[in-house]
Ligand binder design. Sequence first.
Ligand code: GDP
Ligand code: IMO
Ligand code: MG
Length: 432
Amino acid sequence: MTALVVVGTQWGDEGKGKIVDLLTEQADAVVRYQGGNNAGHTVMFGDETHILHLIPSGILRDTMSILGNGVVIDLPELLKEIEELRENGVEVQGKLHVSARSHLVMPWHRLIDQLREKDKGEKKIGTTGRGIGPAYEDKVGRRGIRMGDLRHPETLLARLQEIIAEKNALLTHLYEASDQCFDPVSIQQEYLGYFERIQPFVTETPVLVHSLVEQGRRLLFEGAQGTFLDIDHGTYPFVTSSNTVSGNACAGGGIGPRHISDVVGIVKAYTTRVGSGPFPTELLDQTGEFLRSEGQEFGATTGRPRRCGWFDAVLVRYAVRLNGITSLALTKLDVLDKFETLKLCVGYRMKDGSIQTDFPFEGHDEVEPVYEELPGWNTKTAGITEYDQLPKNLLDYLARIEELVEAPASIISTGPKREDTIVLQPDRFWKS
Ligand code: GDP
Ligand code: IMO
Ligand code: MG
């Protein structure tokens, strides 16, 4: 068995970047398999802070980094990210590989995403405005442009003419934005220019993945977003446009399920969400505000304040099942250092009075969380690296979460930096 998948168990921003970077120390390659530059993964070590949007967090460790076929790529943004890494002393040449089958996020995708959101007003999804939804729509609608298509300028132009005719009609007649229409020839030229720069990185990544599997190498699949932003399993329509669950590591990364041995679920010690949509344990009071300021809960991609609330075991237990999670990485426990008491949501009281412990299909806005209260530890744990130094009340909180969500913890994170971590079983990964 050679593959470990890292997934977010809530609504994203659980600390996946930090944990992927940590586990990359033992990995031979890191693969992104879905999403695009809607993601923002923060990695901190020493005095350095990096926020990665597209490139796998493994790049910071000199490890092979692969953008799989399931990712949607905004090419100028990818080139910008490569440049930024270079400016920060991280060279990607020879380490980064980009799938020829990955779909491109084109300028009309970004524009339509933003125009649609504006039109929706109060009912907006609260997308990142990066064109992710429209790009996946075109992929599934068989109107997409793949990275490898940029190798063939003439057929590319013919496809652009067809696609842009439709987009321009939409912009003119539906969005009254005729001044923002696109020209196929200038787009062709612009993208051929980008392609010249990205070409050395483009390859058939599934073939690369298969050869790594054959060599018995350790692969790490880096999920983006979180389980409840999944297009099938999330709080639809307030979701992203890809499958974020671990199963998609197979389709989006080009690997068969039998090679996956571990699925590490990243769990924030409380709950956050950016954008609109249901959030049963949301705190709209001073406690929520306190969590936001203590946890620095502002989006890594858009800078928007994140909505904050108590830990929701209904969500995470469901995520453990959906993703086949083998162990948990608990992050941001230190953010709870100043609480006298803590609440854990153990079930939802539905409108008809019944208690639900599986994530329900509907009525999220009306459910009333059923809370259990635990004593806080009310002492500083930020930066602790020894398990024995953790206060008893923190260990009790952790143990109750493990019990409720039915999965054991393998990693405890006590701060944003790589160093602020306790790995409970250092040799447990890639073993089974
Ligand atoms: P991702 O999208 O899942 O990779 O998460 P983000 O990077 O968007 O958001 C997580 C934030 O929490 C980042 O700013 C991290 O540096 C920070 N972080 C991660 N783990 C911890 C932790 O254990 N404690 C604290 N205080 N911050 C953490
Ligand atoms: P990481 O990987 C948190 C949210 C947006 C919005 C919804 C749809 O950093 O955890 P989209 O632009 O994808 O069409 O927006 O999904 N969203 C995220 N929220 N973390 C993310 O990524 C997110 N990526 C998208 O806020 O609610
Ligand atoms: Mg993030």
